[in-house]
Design a protein around this ligand. Structure first.
Ligand code: COA
Length: 217
């Protein structure tokens, strides 16, 4: 029994495990976080490791059923190699998830990024009732765009954001439930206790007595 239920959430595929990030897990990931990530530019005094820890604490501290960021540690051969996050804003109504991720450079380009995104998409579409998944990446981030396109997302317009002091083009992508097909099986454990915190009503309580039929008057 986990006081913070997301700590008990585990997604398993034939080759990967994604574990709800704990503080110990966040500290382990901070020791391997790469330097080439786009971090929040508001904290230039923090190192990459400190920014990744801040992001973990922020996600937990600002959690609400109406606005959550589920962070999962990506484990390959028993080693933490990256982070996969799934985000839901007003999920109960919008049924839309966003995501972000990173991997240590040594495991990139081998299909891990695609499989870890697929694992959280399967969680979203098959278990949470998502209808749409969105994503965005700088238009020169071929790996991130490659993950999205190879999983069936389609281009959904451009945004212009500040990048290194100038304008940068951000490609938006969108995947609808009808176009989703998981590339490999995903087993989900520990989800039931998380549902209320994700803004999802649990199913009807089968143990509750059926309401008495109305009496004729
Ligand atoms: C983005 C990231 C998680 C992708 O993971 P990855 O393991 O490198 O990607 P994969 O090996 O699973 O590749 C997925 C697809 O993208 C393609 N791809 C990967 N890297 C590519 C590159 N540099 N150029 C072109 N295509 C690329 C692959 O060919 C594959 O497509 P396919 O299935 O049609 O063959 C990883 O590269 C990373 O950590 N990058 C730095 C952090 C980052 O940019 N995160 C995204 C922003 S939130």
């Amino acid at each position: 029994m986990h006081a913070w239920p997301m700590h008990g959430l585990v997604l398993s595929t034939p080759t990967l495990t994604l574990r709800g990030l704990t503080e110990a897990g966040a500290l382990a990931l901070a020791s391997v976080v790469p330097e080439d990530l786009d971090h929040d530019p508001r904290f230039p005094e923090l190192t990459s490791a400190q920014k990744s820890l801040r992001s973990y604490w922020q996600a937990q501290g600002q959690w609400s059923a109406g606005d959550w960021v589920l962070q999962l540690a990506v484990v390959v051969d028993g080693e933490p190699v990256g982070l996969q996050a799934l985000e839901g804003k007003d999920f109960a109504v919008r049924r839309t998830v966003d995501s972000y991720s990173w991997l240590v450079p040594s495991v990139r380009g081998k299909g891990v990024g695609k499989r870890m995104r697929a694992a959280v998409l399967e969680l979203a579409f098959a278990h949470l009732g998502a209808e749409v998944a969105v994503s965005e990446a700088w238009e020169d981030n071929a790996a991130s765009l490659g993950v999205s396109r190879s999983l069936g997302y389609r281009d959904n317009g451009l945004d212009i954001h500040r990048r290194d002091g100038g304008p940068g083009r951000m490609q938006r992508l969108l995947l609808e439930r009808a176009d989703w097909q998981a590339p490999e099986p995903v087993t989900v454990a520990g989800l039931e206790a998380c549902l209320p915190l994700l803004g999802i009503s649990p199913g009807p309580d089968q143990s509750a007595p059926a309401p008495a039929p109305p009496t004729a008057s």
